[in-house]
Design a protein around this ligand. Sequence first.
Ligand SMILES: Nc1ncnc2c1ncn2[C@@H]1O[C@H](COP(=O)(O)OP(=O)(O)OP(=O)(O)O)[C@@H](O)[C@H]1O
Length: 381
Amino acid sequence: MIRFDGVSKKYPDGTVAVDDLSFEAPTGQITVLVGPSGCGKTTSLRMINRMIEPTSGRIWIDDQDTTSMDQAQLRRGIGYVIQHAGLFPHRTIVDNVATVPLLLGWDRRKARSTALELMDRVGLPASFAKRYPSQLSGGQQQRVGVARALAADPPVMLMDEPFSAVDPIVREQLQDEFLRLQQELGKTIVFVTHDIDEAIKLGDQVAVLRVGGHLAQIAEPARLLAHPVDDFVADFVGRDRGYRALSFQQSPPLPVRQEPTIGIGATPEEARAATSDGWLLVTDDDHHPLGWVEPQHLSGPVSSAMLHRGGTLARAHGPLRHALDAALSSPSRRGVLIDDDGALIGTVRAHEVLTAIEETERPAAEPAIPVGADGEGELRS
Ligand SMILES: Nc1ncnc2c1ncn2[C@@H]1O[C@H](COP(=O)(O)OP(=O)(O)OP(=O)(O)O)[C@@H](O)[C@H]1O
């Protein structure tokens, strides 16, 4: 557990970057610090490993006051990942990953074999080991950065906008893999981002900071969306927060309808015989949905080039947001539900999902309490 206890940072020019910050980052969980540019996120993060010294207050890791710890020893227990990865350009990938173990005096062979294992864990092929950072894409470099931070198996990880410099698709992949990795590793992570969507997706709890380094609210993502404590947090979490909160509500059993289907290669006559509706779902041999066709407009056998692939797919017992999105994005307005293997279960309509939403209790019924509002700075999310 990392605990900020009344921590402030005033830079020599008088800028107050962090003001009386108190919160706890629980062991084995991801705590995200989010807020607008200049609100003191990076300063807060760097005070944990004492790259920046607080002006006042204390930061504790478990029962130890970090100011009383030897700096080198403190940092040995903390992995640090930054935007653009910050790799050494003249070292190979395997040597970059092995940096900390080598500094710690591990023998070269053990350091390298650990580095190779970690590369595999973060999804980098062993063939990259001998490459240099400039020979990797931005997303691959970020993976190296994560592997390097994990190399000495530190219990704590500090991550400062680690996925910001890559395109949205790669970013999403990195986020998904990061969550998968965290499920296995259970590190205590403090993660900085300015992107509320990233914060909501990754955080077990999310701390929203406002400029001047004040903590506006700390809460679990669902609660933050349902009960922002003030206008600043409400604006920051966004106007579509009601919709986004559905991500955290598991779908109750929905009224699933059987959906007629055809396969690739079906003739227009077969397609028209399969349904009288304007749209027909096309599946593969394993019953995985591929897309939709309009039987009345078919001029030849169904081919993959003809498919309308606009609709998203939702797992039957996944979040309500996915089910609603599947219905809204489907050209037929029938949302496609699949099982865990990706096979078709049936379809659902938007109004049926909305009925399910109305019948589902809203999360986090009592209001969140702003941390620090009463001067105690206790975490009560
Ligand atoms: N070395 C410094 N000297 C003076 N002021 C500084 C220094 N470093 C940061 N600041 C100021 O402290 C405030 C907080 O900076 P910090 O980098 O912690 O914010 P941030 O939330 O991480 O911002 P961003 O999202 O833009 O990276 C800002 O006003 C910044 O200008």
